[in-house]
Ligand binder design. Structure first.
Ligand code: NAP
Length: 267
């Protein structure tokens, strides 16, 4: 690292996080560190330095920001990574380091969509219509336990890699099969999957973005109900919707040496 470089921490876990690392690592005035939770055994590697694993709550992150002389934080975690987002907001405020939260826009319901919108995974489990077997779960491994009470439903869960319950009280649905795949997913493949498996309902989080959107388009065209879990509340503070906007924010905050995205757009 050059002594004059400003150190930027990207809290990753989303496609925006990888795009930001790639874009910012090209700036000679910046030194970019991407932080990942390290939950999956196989992972995409960000451009630039990477660190893995939690910081030990807001206090741990506050200490890290000071020790590593971080000049700015971009929270590009997934919109459902509630703990990390709130920890980051608290730690950055305590360490007086500027932070922006980058959350892509939510998916919006169209006129032909059959969405049942709920606020929690528990509500999602209750909202699955009776007899909707199999129900396709794309909620991620940490949310499987919420569906254990629906012993009347067969579930098909899509996860990135083979998993097993992590805690003794992590009880999964009795009728559960897995599909292993990592996005992005395309319309033709999603439609084929839903039709060939005879899926009757989908449960998903309102993650937004294009990589996981195709299943909603296929569900709409087949006429399937989708139980859509709304996003958790955002922390107060500065929010942007795209990686480009986050780069513009960083340029304004750091003030020198970084050309605005409009001049160099190459993401
Ligand atoms: P979470 O509940 O917000 O995070 C739990 C703990 O994991 C945090 O308190 C933090 O530990 C650690 N952590 C999370 N993100 C981290 C990061 N980028 N760098 C370092 N530590 C991190 O998050 P989650 O829902 O378990 O998700 C874990 C990761 O997977 C996130 O980075 C997220 O972006 C990504 N992801 C999540 C989802 C989802 O639906 N939740 C979907 C796709 C990707 P400490 O408190 O010890 O710092």
């Amino acid at each position: 690292m050059h002594r004059a470089q400003r150190r930027v921490l990207i809290l990753g876990g989303s496609s925006e996080g990888f795009a930001l690392a790639e874009r910012l690592a090209r700036e000679p005035s910046l030194y970019v560190i991407s932080s990942l939770a390290g939950r999956t055994r196989t992972r995409r590697m960000p451009v630039g330095e990477m660190r893995l694993g939690g910081f030990g709550g807001p206090d741990g992150l506050k200490t890290y920001l000071a020790d590593e002389a971080i000049a700015a934080v971009i929270d590009a975690t997934h919109p459902f990574a509630r703990n990390m987002t709130h920890n980051a907001a608290k730690a950055a405020a305590a360490a007086a380091v500027p932070i922006v939260h980058c959350w892509r826009p939510e998916w919006r319901r169209g006129t032909r969509d059959r969405w049942i919108e709920v606020d929690t995974m528990t509500e999602a489990a209750t909202a699955i219509p009776d007899g909707a077997s199999p129900t396709f779960l794309t909620t991620g491994r940490t949310d499987l336990a919420a569906f254990a009470g629906r012993s009347d439903i067969r579930f098909l869960a899509r996860v990135i890699e083979p998993i097993r319950p992590e805690a003794p009280n992590d009880v999964w649905p009795a009728q559960l099969a897995f599909i292993y795949a990592r996005g992005p997913f395309r319309y033709d493949g999603e439609r084929e999957l839903l039709e060939s498996r005879g899926v009757r309902c989908i449960v998903t989080k309102n993650s937004g973005g294009s990589a996981a959107r195709a299943k909603l388009d296929a569900a709409r065209d087949i006429g399937l109900p989708v139980v859509m879990v709304r996003r958790p509340p955002k922390p107060a503070g500065r929010h942007v919707a795209t990686a480009d906007e986050a780069v513009d924010w960083l340029f304004r905050i750091l003030g020198d040496g970084i050309p605005p995205v409009a001049d160099t757009r190459a993401l």
